[in-house]
Design a protein around this ligand. Structure first.
Ligand SMILES: [Zn+2]
Length: 311
């Protein structure tokens, strides 16, 4: 905070700016059109504090600064204030920065609109084959949990891998969507876990485990037990995570080529969707829903892609 003679006169404005800042940091959704109208009068009443408050808002809510500076009545950012990043409009699941707008939010998100092998899809009419079983090489491992503003994610340490289609992929992280992004014959599930793997050449393979209401899920509980208090901060867990526990008993699966389901929507992702859902308790589902009531991209066109499925 700046120190000068006007400080006491500006105090109410500073306090309000701090409140707005806090509200911005806690608000996961993009700025609504009504928000800038609240922010602008504060700036106009306290021009001496513009630089400081803009710098603070830039750090805490890039979205909001972009909305404010784009308004004709708002002052132009001073040279000292760092410029908002090119894609300061943070992507979201609903509202004006929702999935329909992702491709326009940043040049590197173009695939979200123009891609032809996007995910998720509604899995139906697969080619039924005797697919090789996937070899899961999972073992209890250390992990860290992060709330990245779009989902809860567990970054996995140690060596966990799976072998499929002649390649071996290392497990990197898992995260959740509610409801499930994937559909099977038009059916959506309560949630889905995405287990993201990468091979030595950087190719991605994601295993999707559908989740329905039922018994308590020990691996999900281990992740929830280690939820960090602050967004964007990794919380190292004191216990291990055994992801064999989140795999369904029946290992039949669908497989197809798709994309990341979040920006930048990069393609050439190998998807493996387990056919049998696993269960999580109502308490577990409700707990996740308190954090992320809706964080699923709508299904994309399968566009004649080959879908294989286990007999
Ligand atoms: Zn995902």
């Amino acid at each position: 905070m700046p120190h000068h003679n006007l400080q006491s006169a500006l105090w109410p404005c500073l306090a309000l700016a701090c409140w707005l800042q806090t509200a911005a940091a806690e608000e996961p959704k993009p700025a609504t059109p009504a928000r800038p109208a609240v922010v602008i009068p504060v700036i106009e009443r306290a021009p001496a504090d513009i630089a400081a408050s803009q710098r603070q808002r830039t750090r805490n809510a890039g979205t909001r600064v972009a909305a404010v500076t784009a308004t004709p009545t708002a002052p132009v950012a001073e040279p000292a204030a760092p410029a908002a990043p090119a894609h300061s409009s943070e992507w979201a699941y609903e509202g004006e920065n929702g999935p329909q707008a992702w491709a326009k939010l940043a040049p590197e998100y173009a695939k979200c609109g123009s891609g032809e092998r996007q995910s998720p899809i509604d899995l139906r009419d697969g080619m039924k084959l005797d697919l090789e079983p996937i070899a899961f090489e999972y073992r209890p491992s250390g992990f860290k949990v992060i709330d990245n503003g779009h989902t809860i994610q567990a970054n996995i340490g140690g060596w966990n891998a799976m072998r499929v289609m002649g390649r071996r992929f290392k497990l990197v992280q898992l995260h959740f969507h509610r409801p499930s992004e994937e559909m099977i014959d038009g059916r959506q599930f309560d949630m889905v876990a995405h287990l993201v793997h990468k091979d030595s050449e950087g190719r991605l393979a994601v295993v999707a485990v559908l989740i329905e209401n039922g018994a308590r899920q020990p691996a999900i509980q281990a992740v929830l037990n280690n939820l960090p208090l602050e967004k964007g901060e990794e919380m190292p867990a004191a216990t291990n995570l055994d992801l064999n526990q989140i795999l369904p008993e029946n290992r039949r699966y669908f497989t197809y080529m798709g994309s990341l389901t979040t920006p930048p929507c990069s393609e050439d992702v190998l998807w493996v969707v387990m056919k049998q859902p696993v269960q999580a308790s109502a308490d577990q589902l409700n707990l996740f829903a308190r954090l992320y009531p809706m964080n699923a991209r709508p299904v994309q066109s399968a566009a004649g892609r080959m879908i294989k499925e286990s007999n």
